[in-house]
Design a protein. Structure first.
Length: 188
């Protein structure tokens, strides 16, 4: 259960970029290809556990775990107040008050989410993991990265500069443009 008293404040300079040119939409075929590409890229790091960030990272975590044949679990963290289009980032990330995490000491962890908007959610989850013990590595994989984010995950597929709608979200009543089928992942 998320607890608003367990909020982490994002740095003030963390801003997402929205050019206002389109609303991107991730189609199921592009999602499948992105998962394959991320799984292939991350297999070299041999993660022991994938941690998906609910709500957006649940599908990515489950599908990566299936592709890589490793366990996954979910941690609840929320940055946006709701799922409406173009809602400004709140600057606060609300996390589970007591996430039910296994012992991660010495484990190779892959954190999965749908998008890195400001990087605040990934930072908050990393902080919770660090409190739980020294993992061997904590890497982050996301489907999309907003070009305004000061943070670069370890691997991502699309750079975006407009709102992105994912398959698990309600399709907007405005026109959308499909994200292109990916050919490769991006890395810092």
């Amino acid at each position: 259960m998320t607890d608003p008293r367990n909020a982490v404040t994002a740095p003030p300079q963390a801003q997402r970029t929205f050019e206002g040119k389109r609303i991107w939409q991730l189609a199921p075929e592009a999602l499948s290809r992105a998962i394959q590409l991320i799984a292939a890229a991350e297999s070299a790091h041999r993660p022991d556990l994938i941690i998906g960030i609910a709500r957006g990272g649940v599908t990515a975590a489950r599908r990566l775990a299936d592709a890589m044949q490793i366990p996954y679990m979910i941690i609840n963290a929320r940055h946006n107040a709701d799922d409406r289009l173009e809602v400004p980032a709140s600057g606060n990330v609300v996390l589970d008050s007591e996430p039910d995490l296994p012992d991660i000491t010495g484990k190779r962890i892959l954190v999965a989410d749908d998008i890195c908007g400001t990087g605040a959610t990934l930072d908050a989850v990393r902080a919770v993991l660090e409190e739980r013990g020294p993992a061997a590595t904590v890497r982050c994989a996301v489907l999309c990265r907003n070009i305004g984010s000061p943070q670069q995950p370890d691997v991502w597929v699309w750079d975006v500069a407009d709102w992105t709608v994912f398959p698990w979200e309600t399709t907007p009543d405005r026109p959308t443009e499909l994200l292109p089928l990916p050919a490769a992942v991006r890395q810092p």
